[in-house]
Design a protein around this ligand. Structure first.
Ligand code: ZN
Length: 168
């Protein structure tokens, strides 16, 4: 077996300052899977931030670590739960709240375009900034709520929600 030279370590910080270690893994892919599945608990916990750090094995001190990703959690503009995780380096965000999954991401092809979406109703919009994307998603959430629908309830009627937001 090939000797392991580095490990990927996902960690989540609670608002109390307590760090929750999620283990150390031989690949980035598995570290992400473990972190993502943990972040689904966001709505039941009081979390603040999360990271994945790469540690080189048998290297002493600070040089041994490289921060791969750093996420902070904020209130989701659509479902209004503190379940939207922002990657500030890559300008992307996704809500891990049940039945929501609203997202914001830099467009892959045009760097001045920020895409945002709400998969349950196939909503997709292109904007010019993160702020504008957040405003769009906030408006979307308001429309859904004013139509009497609850996006935090996984049993909500997607057709009704789609109709509510389509009469723009
Ligand atoms: Zn949400």
């Amino acid at each position: 077996m090939e000797q392991l030279s580095r490990v990927f370590v996902p960690t989540v910080l609670e608002t109390s300052g307590n760090a929750i270690g999620l283990g150390c893994f031989s690949t980035e892919q598995v570290a992400w899977q473990v972190l993502r599945s943990f972040l689904k608990k966001s709505e039941q916990m009081s979390l603040d931030s999360a990271s994945i750090v790469i540690w080189d094995i048998d290297v002493i001190g600070h040089d041994a670590m490289t921060e791969l990703t750093n996420l902070v959690v904020r209130e989701c503009p659509v479902c209004q739960r503190k379940t939207m995780w922002f990657d500030l380096d890559q300008y992307s965000a996704i809500c891990y709240g049940t039945a929501c999954s609203a997202w914001i991401e830099e467009n892959l092809h045009e760097k001045d375009i920020i895409d945002c979406g709400f998969p349950p109703t196939q909503y997709l919009k292109q904007t010019k900034s993160i702020d504008e994307a957040i405003t769009e998603l906030t408006n979307l959430g308001n429309k859904i709520r004013s139509a009497g629908e609850d996006v935090t309830n996984s049993m909500y009627n997607q057709t009704d929600v789609s109709q509510a937001i389509s009469n723009d």
